[in-house]
Design a protein around this ligand. Structure first.
Ligand SMILES: Nc1nc2c(ncn2[C@@H]2O[C@H](COP(=O)(O)OP(=O)(O)OP(=O)(O)O)[C@@H](O)[C@H]2O)c(=O)[nH]1
Ligand SMILES: [Mg+2]
Length: 424
């Protein structure tokens, strides 16, 4: 197989003595890899604050220039979001292409987006990012993305830049409109599922924590025949779309499980907004499972980032299980182990762990089920089917008057079938 030549890049960051600077830079390295580029050098500077005009100080810039030359690198990726003028100044000063952390994350998302919805969301985020960063030379690029201005010559005094800004703004509102329509379709689907009254669980958490692996583990444990598994990979942002699957437990209890996009420190605000609808599944869930990479020394910071992001998306007040994953990578750690009412230490690849996680999910979702006996007349036979499909049947007898069924039911079902109750 032919080797693909990866673009060589330098990564750089200014540290203000932040506690998490090291792991932040390591993460930037992973992000660069996820964008199919190769890190050939690393530049760091300790400063009270980044230099307003050029991010790095002038001595550091000489160092960057030299390192770039030695390693034949033409791209510099920096660890923060830069202002448009910082990017311009640096590009002129270094004669290199500049990419900031936000631009890099947006590029990864753009490459990975699969569904139409994810693609539109990412495109909106990218256009919003580009809007204040427009330069005269970028017309061609925008025309390709935006499909042309479409409304030439509005007032002769207008500059090309303003024209372009209007083109982008127009494109953004057009895409938003498109997204809205997709959201309506999604909501309809969700409403249909709600009618089926299945409780829903959403896996959330930092990128690469093991959400998809946990989802696949649960699917394989219970749905042997058709494990429509999801994509899992040791790479940041492997998952960009929400996938929902139904899980049926051996006693016929059912719930919906969804896998969602991962979060990251300094997730571009444009993307936080853009992914609100992707995360609508999580917002509507009865239970969240926050998957945490317990083997990462930085896991506590990752929890904070996850909670901050959830909050920014308006996802609060949903019960949450804290699932400390990858315990198999910590030799001193016993697992599976429930360490609190809502906490467990586990490994997504270990069947006993998945069993414990399942027990905790059941406890949260089905605690309010009660055993009820119904007498369902033949004329209302559809409810016999319903109970057999949706609940755990304890006993079932066919009598001259109809079907007598004892089942574990939710308060909603109990109310729905109240007229047929003979015993509780
Ligand atoms: N050793 C070990 N590796 C795990 C475990 N769970 C997940 N992994 C690995 O961690 C990597 C990331 O797993 P994913 O399930 O793709 O992570 P994710 O949270 O879905 O990540 P994104 O979709 O990128 O947000 C993969 O290489 C998995 O094989 C575990 O329990 N133990
Ligand atoms: Mg995933």
């Amino acid at each position: 197989m032919q080797e693909i030549e990866l673009t060589k890049v330098l990564i750089g960051g200014v540290s203000q003595n932040q506690a998490y600077f090291e792991s932040d830079m390591a993460e930037l390295n992973e992000l660069v890899k996820a964008n199919n580029m190769l890190v050939v050098g690393d530049i760091r500077q300790n400063l009270e604050r980044a230099v307003a005009a050029t991010y790095f100080g002038s001595g550091k810039l000489d160092e960057v220039r030299q390192l770039a030359e030695e390693n034949d690198a033409h791209v510099l990726v920096v660890n923060d979001e830069l202002s448009p003028s910082q990017i311009r100044n640096l590009e002129q000063n270094l004669k290199m292409t500049l990419l900031d952390r936000t631009g890099l994350i947006l590029a990864i998302f753009a490459n990975r987006a699969q569904s139409r919805e994810a693609k539109v969301q990412v495109q909106i985020a990218r256009l919003q990012y580009e809007l204040p960063r427009l330069r005269a030379g970028e017309q061609a690029n925008l025309m390709q993305q935006g499909g042309g201005p479409g409304f030439a010559n509005r007032g002769s005094g207008e500059t090309k830049l303003e024209m372009n800004q209007r083109t982008i703004k127009n494109k953004i509102s057009q895409l938003r409109h498109e997204l809205k329509q997709m959201e309506v379709a999604q909501q309809t689907k969700r409403a249909q599922r709600d009618r089926a009254a299945l409780p829903t669980v959403a896996l959330v958490g930092y990128t690469n924590a093991g959400k998809s692996t946990t989802m696949n583990g649960l699917l394989r444990s219970f749905n042997e025949d058709t494990p429509k598994t999801v994509f899992e990979q040791d790479m940041l942002f492997a998952t960009l779309d929400t996938s929902v699957r139904e899980i049926t437990l051996p006693d016929n209890k059912k719930f919906l499980l969804s896998d969602t996009v991962g979060f990251i420190n300094k997730l571009p605000t444009q993307l936080v907004k853009a992914f609100r609808s992707t995360l609508a599944e999580a917002a509507a869930a009865d239970l969240l499972i926050q998957v945490i990479d317990f083997s990462d020394p930085n896991y506590q910071e990752m929890i904070k980032v996850t909670e901050k992001t959830l909050h920014a998306m308006g996802i609060d007040d949903i019960p949450m299980i804290y699932a400390y994953n990858k315990a198999d990578r910590k030799p001193e750690t016993t697992f599976p182990l429930q360490t609190g009412e809502h906490d467990l230490v586990y490994a997504a690849t270990d069947p006993a762990s998945l069993e414990l996680l399942t027990q905790m999910i059941i406890k949260e979702l089905f605690a309010n089920l009660t055993k009820v006996t119904f007498m369902i007349p033949f004329a209302a036979g559809k409810w016999v089917d319903y109970l057999n499909e949706q609940t755990n049947i304890i006993a079932q007898d066919y009598t001259a008057d109809g079907t007598q069924i004892t089942a574990e039911v939710s308060p909603e079902d109990r109310q729905r079938l109240a007229e047929y109750i003979v015993e509780v």
